[in-house]
Design a protein around this ligand. Structure first.
Ligand code: 9MR
Ligand code: ZN
Length: 539
C-alpha cells in the first residue's frame, strides 16, 4: 500500500506480491475505528513484473471513497493502516521541505525534533583550486552558507540550481500550498512563506559562486570524502572548483526565476538575483560553446557532477542554456531570449529534469506562464513533445507490475520516478485526461510503500520507512533524520553493498550503500514537486 494513503475521488490500488498458493479470492477494506469491513473487492490475475520478476496481483478499491483510517485484509494477511482523505499529504510535504533547514551549512543547526545538532560548520569556505600551490595560499573565494548536498558535505551548483528550480516552480504554480510558519525554521514569522526563506539559502550561496565577469564555479568541497563525522568536525581545506558554462547557465535559470518570485517580498533582493542572471547570460554569450575548467583529481573528495565525455570535455550545455533563456524571457519579456528558444526548439527533446539537463523546466514554465499570441507556435511544439513523452511513459506504466514510468534502475531511480510523475501531471493539466493523473498517483504510491520492499523510501513517513540512510550527520548521531527520500534501486550498485544487477531489487536499507540509500537535496525537490502538484490538482 501507499502507507500514507489515498485521495477519496481517484485511483486506489494496493498490491499482493509473490503469494504462495492458495491465493485468497477476496480482499476486505476494514475500518480502523470500528474494525468492520466497509468494502470488499477481488484480486487481479497474477502478472509478472519484468523489472523485479515479482508476481503481482492488484487490489483495486478505487470505488470506495469515504474518508477515514483503514487497513486491507486478505485471509490472514493484513496491511499497514492508511488514510483515505483530502489532506493526506499536508504533514508529509512540510516534513520533506523542512529537510533543507537541516542541511544548512555555515550556520549552527539546533533541532530537537530531528536530533540534528551541530555548531556552525565550514566557515572558511573556500579556496579557489589551482590558483597557485594547491595546498598553500591560493585565492580565497568566500562561499559560506548554502546546503550540504546530500549525505556528504560538498556544495554543488548543479544540484542546488535544479533543487531551487523545482521548488520555485512549484511555489509559482501553487502558492496556496505554502505559508509563513509552515516549517518552524528560524525565519518563520517574517511574513514570507517559509519555502521562500529556505530556497533563499540555496540562492544566496549560488551568488557567492559567481565570478565578477558572470562566470560560475562548479562546486565547493574538500579533497577527501569526510568520514561519518559532524560537519563542524570536517576541518579539511575546502576548494572551489570550476568555471563551467553549464553551471553558469543553470545559475542564470534559477536566478531569473528568483527575480520574479521574490519581487513581491523584497525588490532589492530580486534585483540582485536578476543582475546575477543577466551577468551569467552575458558571460555565456562570450563563451558560445560548452566549456569547463577541469583538472584530473578535482573530483577526488566530492561528486563529479560533470556532464563529461571521456576526453574530459563538457558534452553539451545546450539544455542548460535553454532553461536560462526560457526563464530570462519569462522574467524580462526580452524577445531575444524567445528567439533563442525558437532557434533551438527543433533539436530539443523532452527529457527528465535533472542536473544533467534542466531544460524541461524552462519549457514547461514557458508553456504555463507565457500568454502572448506570438508564442503559440513555440508552445505548440513544446506541447507536442511533452505529450509524446507522456504517452511513452504511459506505455511503460501499463507494462510494469508496479506501474512505474521510470524503468531506468540507476543512481537516483526514485528521483526519476518522481520526475516522470511530474511530466504525467503536466500532461494531465494540458489534456484533462485522467489516465495521466492516475499514473502520476502510481509513482507516488510506489515511493511511499507500494513496492517490493513494502517500505516507504522517505524517512519518518509511513509505518515502515527506510532508516539507515547514507548521511553523515545521521550516522554520527545515530539518528533517523525525518523527511529524506533516498535514491532507491540502482542495478549498478556502485557501492558494492547493495546487490548488483537485480533491477528493481538492487536496493538495500544500509547506511553504507551510498549508491542506493543516500538522500540528496535534488531527490527531495522532485518528490516535493510531485506531491505538491498532486495535492493541488487532486481535490
Ligand atoms: O545524484 C547523483 C547521480 O545523478 C550521479 O549519477 C551520481 C554519480 O556521480 O552522483 C549522485 O550524486 C551524489 C554526488 O555525486 C555526491 N553527493 C551525493 C549525491 C547523491 O548520492
Ligand atoms: Zn557545512
Amino acid at each position: 500500500i501507499n502507507q500514507i494513503g489515498y485521495y477519496p475521488n481517484t485511483t486506489k490500488t494496493a498490491l499482493l506480491i509473490n503469494l504462495s498458493a492458495p491465493k485468497p479470492g477476496k480482499v476486505q477494506l476494514v475500518s480502523n475505528r470500528t474494525k468492520r469491513t466497509v468494502f470488499e473487492t477481488g484480486l487481479s490475475a497474477p502478472q509478472q513484473d519484468g523489472a523485479s520478476q515479482d508476481i503481482i496481483q492488484t487490489i483495486d478499491f478505487s470505488k470506495f471513497n469515504k474518508e477515514g483510517s483503514y487497513y486491507l485484509k486478505s485471509g490472514n494477511i493484513k496491511s499497514y493502516p492508511f488514510q483515505i482523505g483530502k489532506n493526506i499529504y499536508r504533514e508529509t510535504l512540510s516534513k520533506l521541505l523542512r529537510s533543507y533547514y537541516l542541511q544548512r551549512c555555515g550556520v549552527g543547526v539546533r533541532d530537537s525534533a530531528s536530533g540534528v545538532n551541530h555548531p556552525p560548520c565550514h566557515l572558511s569556505d573556500g579556496l579557489i583550486a589551482h590558483t597557485d600551490a594547491f595546498n598553500q595560499g591560493g585565492k580565497h573565494k568566500p562561499a559560506i552558507g548554502g546546503w550540504h548536498d546530500a549525505g556528504d558535505y560538498g556544495k554543488y551548483v548543479g544540484p542546488t540550481a535544479v533543487t531551487v528550480g523545482r521548488l520555485l516552480s512549484l511555489y509559482e504554480q501553487y502558492p496556496k500550498l505554502f505559508s509563513d510558519r509552515q516549517l518552524a525554521i528560524p525565519e518563520s514569522g517574517n511574513r514570507r512563506p517559509d519555502i521562500l526563506d529556505e530556497v533563499k539559502i540555496g540562492l544566496d550561496w549560488m551568488l557567492t559562486m559567481q565570478r565578477e565577469d558572470g562566470a560560475v564555479y562548479r562546486k565547493l568541497s574538500g579533497k577527501e570524502w569526510p568520514g561519518a563525522i559532524l560537519p563542524h568536525e570536517d576541518k579539511q581545506t575546502r576548494y572551489v572548483y570550476g568555471i563551467s558554462t553549464s553551471e553558469t547557465a543553470k545559475l542564470a535559470g534559477a536566478m531569473a526565476m528568483a527575480h520574479r518570485i521574490y519581487a513581491p517580498y523584497d525588490s532589492k533582493l530580486a534585483q540582485i538575483y536578476l543582475k546575477a542572471a543577466q551577468k551569467a547570460w552575458t558571460f555565456l554569450q562570450r563563451e558560445p560553446s560548452a566549456k569547463v575548467d577541469w583538472v584530473e583529481g578535482d573530483d577526488s573528495g566530492s561528486g563529479a557532477y560533470l556532464n563529461q565525455s571521456p576526453e574530459g570535455r563538457l558534452q553539451t550545455d545546450k539544455n542548460d542554456r535553454l532553461w536560462a533563456a526560457a526563464e530570462l524571457f519569462i522574467t524580462t519579456g526580452n524577445s531575444a531570449f524567445e528567439q533563442y528558444l525558437v532557434q533551438n526548439i527543433a533539436s530539443w527533446t523532452y527529457s527528465l529534469y535533472e542536473w544533467t539537463d534542466p531544460s524541461t523546466l524552462g519549457m514547461t514554465d514557458y508553456l504555463m506562464l507565457t500568454g502572448r499570441k506570438e508564442s503559440e507556435n513555440l508552445k505548440q511544439q513544446i506541447k507536442t513533445k511533452l505529450l509524446q513523452r507522456a504517452d511513452s511513459l504511459m506505455q511503460k506504466v501499463a507494462a510494469s507490475g508496479y506501474r512505474l514510468a521510470n524503468q531506468d534502475f540507476i543512481w537516483a531511480s526514485n528521483k526519476r520516478a518522481a520526475e516522470e510523475g511530474i511530466t504525467l501531471l503536466h500532461a494531465y493539466r494540458i489534456t484533462g485526461n485522467q489516465n495521466y493523473f492516475r499514473a502520476a498517483v502510481d509513482q507516488l504510491d510506489y515511493l511511499l510503500g507500494r513496492n517490493h520492499f513494502n517500505k516507504s523510501f522517505i524517512t519518518g513517513v509511513g509505518s515502515n520507512s527506510v532508516r539507515n540512510v547514507h548521511h553523515r550527520i545521521a550516522q554520527a548521531k545515530k539518528i533517523v533524520i525525518p523527511g529524506l527520500m533516498v535514491g532507491g534501486p540502482n542495478a549498478k550498485a556502485e557501492d558494492g553493498i547493495a546487490p548488483k544487477d537485480l533491477g528493481l531489487l538492487s536496493y538495500l536499507d544500509d547506511e553504507r550503500s551510498y549508491a542506493t540509500n543516500e538522500y540528496a537535496i535534488d531527490y527531495n525537490a522532485s518528490v516535493i514537486g510531485l506531491m505538491g502538484m498532486l495535492m493541488a490538482q487532486a481535490n
